[in-house]
Each structure stands twice: as structure tokens, then as C-alpha cells.
Design a protein around this ligand. Structure first.
Ligand code: URA
Length: 278
């Protein structure tokens, strides 16, 4: 049990496993701020041995330096560094996913607040629309884009012609591209000229090349989901901050936990609530 109940975080005994000299903040306070519930609930998580700091199971009384500590709950990393922001942007067509464009085209970072500086997680082609995460959380970005983690991405593609069972089967089995066979995709025809495709690789122009290869070039491509994140209310050019639950959902997806079913509705609380455009 802890003695902490007054909200003050200076001083106090270190019950073991803490930073030398008692520096940093109490772990339950850090977890509560990250959205895991009240401090009491977070103490229970610690007591149950579900929280690690730098890979070691934490005990109650543990203090952490949030700038450097790697905190995880149930093996899923928790972003605790102050000033970390995560945005979900609905990228419009014609905007490029790089920090600067040599051809003077608009860039995604111009659509979100300039401070703190964020960068896009992965990329969408200039002519692709849809959801893109931007953050200054380099660890999460790395985990989300690393091929071995494979966060699912769902796309809606308007295509030339109407893909039949054979084309859909090829997409589901994996398509031979010049850089090798793709992993099997989930593919379904949602309208005569529209395919929903779920992939977890992130190769360059992958969806366009897969659909080209099965004889149905893309006319329009929209990314509609990234792991657990979908938001049909976000208009092109609008962004919003992700809520702590949503960031945790992304962390879980990057850690390899199962996704929500294909085509599932947006979460009831889409996080920060406020939608903005610049
Ligand atoms: N696949 C593509 O072909 N383009 C994108 O922008 C994303 C996935």
C-alpha cells in the first residue's frame, strides 16, 4: 500500500526499485496522467506486477524520470514523456507527406500546429487521401512503421473495372510485385468499382501496385483506418488530437495485439473531440 494520497509528489520514501536518490515522479501519478485511471487504480496495476520500467517489473514506490524511462503496462509501452503529442489528420489529395517539398506542393506538417514539431508516421502518396498520424513520439512512430510489427491499414480504392472473384482471390493470396510477393490482404468488393483492402505492410505505392497487378488500376485511394483508428467525421484537411485511449490502442496494435474487425465503427469517444483545420 502507498501512503500517497495528498497529490504532492516531492520527497517520500522509495519502497525499492526506484531511481537512486528518489528523483522523478511516482509511477502511479505518471500512469494516472497517461490515462490508466485514478492513482489508486494505478497503484493496483503496479501491485499486480503489470507495470515495468526499463524492462523490470516495478514495485509500489517506484519513481521514474519521465524524460528517459521506458514504462509499459502488460508489455505495451506507455508514452510518458512530457510534451508528446499525437494528431490524426485526414490528408487531402495533393498534399505531400514529407517535411518539405522540392516542387513547392503543400506538406502535411503545414496542416497541424507548428509547435511542438511533429512528423508523419509512415506516408501516403500525394494523390492518396485519408488518415495519417503525426507525432513527436519517435518510439511509437518506429514501432508503428517497423515491418515486423505490421499495424493494419485499411484502404478504400475506387478502381477501373469491377474486380471479380479471381482478382479478389489473388489479392487475398498475395500478389507478385517487382519487390516480391505481398503478404495476403483482406479484400472485399464493397461496390461494383470499389474495393476495401486491409494490409499490414507499408511498401511504396503498395495498394496501387497490387490493384494494377490484378488488372484494376486505382482511380481514387482513401485510407480509412490505421490499426484501431478510424474517424468518418474528420473532413479532408481537418485534424484532431488523439485521446489517451486511442494512443494506447495504437501502442497495442504496434505491439501486435488484434485489431478491431474490418469495417467496425469509429470508437464512441474519438479522443480529444476538437477537430481543427488550418
Ligand atoms: N498504398 C498506396 O498505393 N498508396 C498509398 O498512399 C498508401 C498505400
Amino acid at each position: 500500500m502507498t501512503r500517497e494520497s495528498d497529490g504532492a509528489d516531492a520527497g517520500g520514501a522509495d519502497a525499492g526499485g526506484g531511481d537512486a536518490g528518489g528523483g522523478g515522479e511516482r509511477l502511479q501519478k505518471v500512469l494516472a496522467r497517461a490515462g490508466f485511471g485514478s492513482r489508486r487504480v494505478c497503484e493496483l496495476l503496479i501491485e499486480d506486477g503489470r507495470v515495468t520500467v526499463d524492462g523490470e517489473v516495478a514495485v509500489l514506490g517506484r519513481r521514474v524520470v519521465v524524460e528517459t524511462a521506458r514504462v509499459a503496462v502488460d508489455s505495451v509501452p506507455v508514452p510518458v514523456r512530457p510534451g508528446t503529442v499525437h494528431y490524426l489528420l485526414n490528408k487531402p489529395r495533393g498534399v505531400v507527406t514529407t517535411a518539405a517539398d522540392t516542387h513547392g506542393r503543400p506538406v502535411v506538417v503545414d496542416l497541424v500546429p507548428p509547435e511542438p514539431r511533429v512528423f508523419p508516421v509512415g506516408r501516403l502518396d500525394a494523390d492518396t487521401e485519408g488518415l495519417l498520424v503525426l507525432t513527436n513520439d519517435g518510439d511509437l512512430a518506429h514501432r508503428m512503421t517497423h515491418p515486423s510489427f505490421g499495424v493494419e491499414k485499411e484502404y478504400l480504392a475506387e478502381v477501373e473495372g469491377s474486380p471479380g472473384p479471381l482478382a479478389l482471390r489473388r489479392l487475398r493470396q498475395g500478389v507478385d510485385l517487382e519487390d516480391g510477393r505481398t503478404a495476403p490482404a483482406r479484400a472485399s468488393l464493397v461496390a461494383p468499382h470499389a474495393v476495401r483492402l486491409v494490409i499490414h505492410e507499408g511498401r511504396n505505392r503498395q495498394v496501387r501496385r497490387m490493384l494494377d497487378a490484378v488488372g484494376h488500376p486505382v482511380v481514387r485511394l482513401v485510407r480509412t483506418r490505421i490499426g484501431p483508428l478510424a474517424d468518418r467525421r474528420l473532413s479532408p484537411g481537418e485534424w484532431r488530437a488523439l485521446g489517451t485511449d486511442e494512443v494506447r490502442g495504437l501502442e497495442r496494435a504496434a505491439a501486435g495485439e488484434p485489431e478491431r474487425p474490418e469495417g467496425a465503427a469509429s470508437p464512441p469517444d474519438p479522443g480529444g473531440g476538437e477537430r481543427r483545420g488550418r
